[in-house]
Design a protein around this ligand. Structure first.
Ligand code: HEC
Length: 147
């Protein structure tokens, strides 16, 4: 009898523990989502527009970012463009906002398990910001549109 009460207590405690752990990780991802959206609005949206369509010389981010994410040079490019590399955002927050942008603007076509940017990856790539982007972009686009 005593043993089963003990078992019940353990089960309840473990249940609470698991419940609270998953609630807090959900909270974390909500916080990170809200912060990324806020940073996008503050530092990127002025040129890229609220829905990522850009305008004139600003290319649309919709339905294309995920294509660049598939290979190293494409991933580097997304970080090395001046708007990313020279932004005031920390490496961690830049990684966060770029990941948010891929999910937000390529939501319906991005692979479920695409590899998000890590802080370290962003830190490495942004060391060498690009001055000229058009030619490199055209070469990269050719690379993924051939397939
Ligand atoms: C002052 C305007 C401006 C701001 C602000 C800006 N960008 Fe950009 N962005 C551009 C332009 C223009 C391009 C096209 C490439 C180039 O000439 O830099 C671009 C290109 C990009 C690209 C590559 C898209 C593609 O398909 O080639 C990414 C990714 C990007 N920006 C991310 C960001 C992020 C992240 C921020 C905010 C932290 C940001 N940009 C802020 C103007 C801006």
């Amino acid at each position: 009898m005593r043993l089963s009460i003990l078992r019940l207590c353990v089960a309840i405690c473990v249940g609470f523990y698991i419940g609270s752990a998953s609630a807090s990780s959900e909270e974390d991802s909500n916080v990170s989502d809200r912060r990324a959206k806020f940073n996008y609005q503050m530092f990127c949206q002025g040129c890229h527009a609220a829905d990522g369509v850009g305008h004139k010389s600003v290319p649309s981010l919709r339905d294309s970012m995920h294509q660049f994410m598939r290979f190293k040079e494409g991933r580097q490019f997304m970080v090395r463009v001046p708007g990313s590399a020279n932004s005031v955002l920390s490496d961690a927050h830049l990684a966060e906002v770029l990941n948010w942008m891929v999910n937000e603007f390529s939501q319906h076509i991005v692979e479920k398990n695409w590899r998000e940017y890590s802080t370290e990856e962003v830190q490495e790539y942004r060391q060498s910001p690009l001055l000229q982007t058009e030619k490199i972009r055209a070469q990269l686009v050719q690379r993924f549109s051939k397939k």
